[in-house]
Design a protein around this ligand. Structure first.
Ligand SMILES: *Cc1c(COP(=O)(O)O)cnc(C)c1O
Length: 389
């Protein structure tokens, strides 16, 4: 099928919610994707931070195929050893006590919001359900996670949104103004991804952690994009020396399969009880087998050290590039402001020349597979350099 035919079929059958590049991807291996015309691309996107191990990593494929051939799904009415193994691995690695599995980042955040509201109202009474998030944040596309998202552009069309959220600037003065007597949680991204690759200031994060502890306000960290090795630590909050009460994970966790996880500390382990939350597909065995293969590779200090080093290398080369004004981000989650081109134009040009990159606000955004090697970084950046000079 030609690209034009694929595009036409899409337009006749799929709701037009996405602005797409004129590219149809049909296969991939490692860092490279192949389109319907047989053209190859170096992929600096990982499907928005999802394909942690690149396309079709051998061990990941084996783990997934083996589980699919053994037991592809069972409801959560029954116990599942592979789900247990993933839960124990995730909790054990990070010192959390319990996890709830869903299917996406938005669902992981929904669970965190329910947990915080339940904790707040159980502990302090029925109105104790207010949550502070940050301006310019992104927490998902459900009606409640849109409400949690601190960007006016997302608060359209679908009114009424879930009440009970306020949006603070990333500074303590603004946090204190936004918090009231009924605040049960503050939810943050360590690096705002969709917001334009904006890392939080370490001083602010430390102070926020102490403030939340003192007031018994739960600190929820949305690590949907920053987690699972993306920034050179298993979770990005480890770069900041804080201990959140609740952490959410999704994108990179399944290595290409849909999963969301909401992890909580020991004192929150019994807040959600039987019948209070659930998901048909949550913790699906095939997905859990894929996630275990990802963690088996990524959750090793030597692997994470490599991510940090490759990130530094990537950042340095990017910063030195003609046409790049500034670079920000951590590990292999980087954003570049350009001098003479819009991010959209540049991303378009890159795709034409065989490189896939993302945008975030007015920045180019890079989330390459964590397994990318140095020659692949060089090859991708050479295409980028030509596209923006
Ligand atoms: C992508 C993202 C989400 C939403 O994840 P979905 O899997 O698309 O629901 C939530 N929070 C952050 C920080 C994200 O980057």
């Amino acid at each position: 099928m030609t690209f034009e035919e694929i595009k036409e079929q899409n337009e006749q059958s799929i709701m037009h919610t996405y602005g797409r590049f004129p590219v149809a991807l049909v296969s991939g291996h490692g860092v490279k994707a192949v389109d319907s015309e047989g053209k190859e691309y170096i992929d600096f996107t990982s499907g928005i931070g999802v394909n942690s191990l690149g396309y079709c990593d051998e061990k990941w494929v084996q783990a997934v195929a083996k589980q699919a051939a053994k037991l592809q799904h069972t409801s959560n009415l029954y116990y599942s050893p592979v789900q247990n193994e993933l839960a124990q691995t995730l909790c054990g690695l990070m010192g959390f006590s319990r996890v709830f599995f869903g299917n996406s980042g938005a669902e992981a955040n929904e669970c965190a919001i329910k947990l915080a509201r339940k904790y707040g109202t159980d502990t302090y009474g029925e109105n104790h359900h207010h949550i502070v998030t940050l301006q310019n944040s992104f927490h998902g596309r459900t009606v409640t996670t849109l409400a949690a998202t601190g960007q006016d552009g997302f608060h359209q069309y679908f009114t009424p949104f879930t009440p009970g959220f306020s949006y603070a600037k990333p500074e303590m003065g603004s946090i204190k103004e936004s918090v009231n007597g009924n605040t049960c949680a503050v939810m943050i991204e360590m690096i705002q991804g969709e917001g334009g690759v904006v890392p939080l200031d370490p001083g602010f994060v430390k102070e926020l952690g102490a403030f939340c502890k003192e007031r018994d306000i739960l600190l929820i960290v949305d690590e949907v994009q920053t987690g699972i090795g993306r920034t050179g630590k298993l979770f990005c909050f480890q770069n900041y020396g804080i201990q959140p009460d609740v952490v959410t994970s999704a994108k990179g966790l399944g290595g290409g399969l849909p999963i969301g996880a909401c992890l909580c500390s020991e004192r929150l382990k019994d807040v959600l009880g039987p019948g209070m939350h659930g998901s048909t597909f949550g913790g699906n065995p095939v997905v859990c087998a894929g996630a275990l293969a990802v963690l088996d590779r990524v959750a090793k200090e030597s692997f994470l050290e490599e991510v940090r080093q490759k990130g530094e290398y990537f950042k340095e080369k990017l910063s030195a590039m003609e046409g790049v004004e500034s670079v920000r981000g951590m590990g292999l989650m980087l954003g570049a402001k350009l001098k003479n081109k819009t991010a959209k134009e540049a991303a378009q040009k890159c795709a034409e020349n065989g490189l896939l990159v993302l945008t975030a606000k007015d920045l180019l955004r890079f989330l390459p597979p964590l397994v990318i090697d140095y020659p692949e970084i060089d090859a991708g950046l050479a295409i980028l350099s030509k596209a923006i000079s």
